[in-house]
Write a protein that binds this ligand. Structure first.
Ligand code: NAD
Length: 336
């Protein structure tokens, strides 16, 4: 079975390509490396000892995408390619509307003319905004987005819901990720933030290795156990697995998307993540407290029971595993 993976050299895409190869699928990566590096493709081959096809172009380019679809005749597509920095989306919203919305529309117009039977979309728990109740289930209300990035995920879901109505032959899964962290246990692939990371764990690992002087913890006066924000951190390999299960288990004809939360169901505070990182990796970490950031919800974690029911998916890795794997990856990066 041939699966097009847009953004397959990125953080989540690369781990999904590993899972696909290890489970006998034939991934075809399309990535223009705007937020990743070509060496990741070689690393995936090294981890799996398997070869696969990859293309370097902007997947919003309909002409190039159509010719790849004609040549490869894919059965399914996992669409990761998007820009993802929340802060940047506030300062440069058009970049996000262009890449996260126009590109999606272009990809769908090619899918529309193909024999693709399954489409998996990277959505996000940001669609829930600041939830009134936790854990958050798929039936929790969608709240107004705080950033253009969050809004692009809401619009993306709407576009795919409309697309599903007129294309019942394509089964669509919208996976709402909570907070992906970690890396492959080999330390060969992981998150590669270009510039200052906006996510907690790469900021922690870059501080621990000495790239950054100190980690700023944004807010310690929230109404949570220790005053810092609580999030649901999910190992990227567990998340990758959910994609593979989504397109392989959900090949039913349907005129509406399958929407699933992908999280562990356990919330951890920023301070708990820091303490866990120090303990599991036997290292020190400088951090200071700074002001709250606009739009940060105090506490978000998932109810993922639907993913278990529909896909048989459950997370396997712990927070400690993820922090240890992320540290291995950071150490390998430093000697590149
Ligand atoms: N990492 C997170 O915290 C998180 C959380 C929720 C949702 N998501 C979503 O998951 C998806 C993957 O995230 P990630 O963390 O792996 O990001 P990433 O930036 O590491 O990977 C995205 C990949 O897509 C490529 N890309 C982007 N636009 C492209 C285009 N037009 N044509 C070809 N290649 C393109 C980039 O070069 C990169 O390799 C994104 O849609 C993101 O919004 C991520």
């Amino acid at each position: 079975m041939k699966i097009i993976v847009t953004g397959g050299a990125g953080f989540i895409g690369s781990h999904t390509v590993v899972d696909l190869l290890e489970n006998g699928y034939e991934p075809i990566v399309i990535d223009d490396f705007r937020n990743s590096k070509p060496f990741i493709i070689e690393r995936i081959k090294k981890i799996t000892n398997k070869d696969f096809v990859s293309y370097n172009f902007d997947c919003g380019d309909i002409k190039k995408l159509s010719s790849v679809f004609l040549k490869e005749k894919p059965d399914a597509i996992i669409h990761f390619a998007a820009d993802k920095a929340v802060n940047e989306s506030v300062s440069n919203p058009l970049k996000y509307y262009h890449n996260n919305i126009s590109t999606l529309v272009n990809v769908l117009s090619v899918v529309n003319k193909s024999k693709v039977k399954s489409f998996v979309f990277s959505s996000s728990c940001t669609v829930y905004g600041v939830p009134k109740k936790v854990p958050v289930s798929e039936f929790s209300p969608i709240q107004q987005a705080f950033s253009p990035y969050g809004f692009t995920k809401q619009i993306g879901e709407q576009i795919l819901s409309d697309f599903a109505k007129s294309n019942p032959g394509v089964s669509i899964s919208l996976l709402r990720y909570f907070n992906p962290i970690g890396a492959h246990p080999s330390g060969l692939i992981g998150e590669l933030p270009l510039g200052v990371p906006s996510n907690l764990v790469p900021f922690i690992t870059q501080t621990a290795i000495g790239i950054r002087e100190s980690l700023i913890v944004h807010g310690n006066d929230y109404d949570t156990t220790d005053g810092t924000c609580i999030r649901d951190y999910i190992h990227v390999l567990d998340l990758a697995r959910a994609h593979v299960l989504a397109f392989s288990n959900y090949l039913k004809k349907n005129n509406k998307p399958l929407i699933l939360n992908i999280g562990t169901g356990k919330g951890s505070s920023v301070l708990e993540v820091i303490e866990s990182f120090k303990k599991v990796n036997k290292t020190n970490l400088n951090y200071t407290f700074g002001p709250r950031r606009d739009g940060d919800a105090p506490c978000v974690y998932a109810n993922s029971s639907l993913a278990k029911k529909v896909l048989g998916w459950e997370h396997k890795f712990s927070l400690e595993d993820a922090l240890s794997h992320a540290w291995e990856w950071e150490k390998q990066l430093s000697i590149l």
